[in-house]
Write a protein that binds this ligand. Structure first.
Ligand code: 13P
Length: 238
């Protein structure tokens, strides 16, 4: 399975930045996935012309209704998005999202025909307290949908996001191995087919070694995904 490189633009990007997605699509970026802000999805789908898969950074758990300011998975699919990220730690932190709420979003995303990237990860305090595996197990237990179809897990240690700090390769390997065990326990054979991404301060300089770690099936990239130059360098490292 070739490595999957996913860019999460977070709350970044105006109309002029569509040129970056066009550049990714035009030069060796085939197979990349980008989650721009909702406001750019429509244009991103058009300029990517199928070469780059476009997705949402979040969705509401309901298909439609009285939820001012929210976007449903069906709306994302309607725009031509192919995937959705759910449970990102910034949403858990800023919007009080719970594991049960994340599970509902994952189910909604799958129901709309999207692939779902479900994010989990421990905080620095939890790692220091030796709770990393307990936290990951609880997040998986509470937020996994009922089957492994169209499911991708992203392991993003909260303390590695946007900090320039990454776990050691051994720590990444241990976390991914643990997640794989939990997925196999939950889904049986299908749990072995779920791709597990690493996220948190991935750059062109460290992507190669991270992607060579056992059970790392790709990377979820924040800051270094904002320009074609940087994301294509990560793709080249893969
Ligand atoms: P950075 O790559 O900026 O650390 O962000 C990682 C992330 O949160 C991707 O979802």
């Amino acid at each position: 399975m070739p490595a999957l490189i996913v860019g999460n633009w977070k709350m970044n990007g105006l109309g002029e930045d569509i040129a970056e997605i066009a550049a990714m699509a035009g030069s060796g970026g085939r197979g990349l996935w980008i989650a721009p802000p909702f406001t750019l999805i429509d244009r991103a789908v058009i300029v990517s012309a199928g070469a780059v898969k476009i997705g949402g950074q979040d969705c509401h758990a309901n298909e439609k209704g009285a939820h001012t300011g929210c976007v449903s998975a069906a709306m994302l699919a309607d725009l031509g998005a192919g995937f959705v990220i759910v449970g990102h730690s910034e949403r858990r932190r800023d919007n009080g999202e719970t594991d049960a709420g994340v599970r509902a979003k994952a189910i909604a995303g799958k129901a709309a025909g999207l692939e779902v990237i479900l994010c989990i990860g421990e905080t620095q305090g939890q790692r220091d307290a030796g709770e990393t595996e307990a936290v990951l197990a609880a997040q998986l237990e509470g937020s996994l949908p009922d089957d492994a179809e169209a499911l991708i897990i992203a392991y993003e240690p909260v303390w590695a996001i946007g900090t320039g700090r990454t776990p050691t390769l051994d720590e990444v390997a241990a976390a991914h191995r643990f997640i794989r065990e939990r997925l196999a326990a939950r889904f049986g054979g299908a749990g072995h087919g779920v791709r597990i991404l690493y996220g948190g301060s991935v750059t062109p300089a460290n992507a190669g070694e991270l992607l060579r770690v056992d059970e790392v099936g790709g990377v979820l990239v924040g800051g270094a995904s904002l320009t074609a130059q940087s994301l294509l360098a990560i793709a080249a490292a893969a």
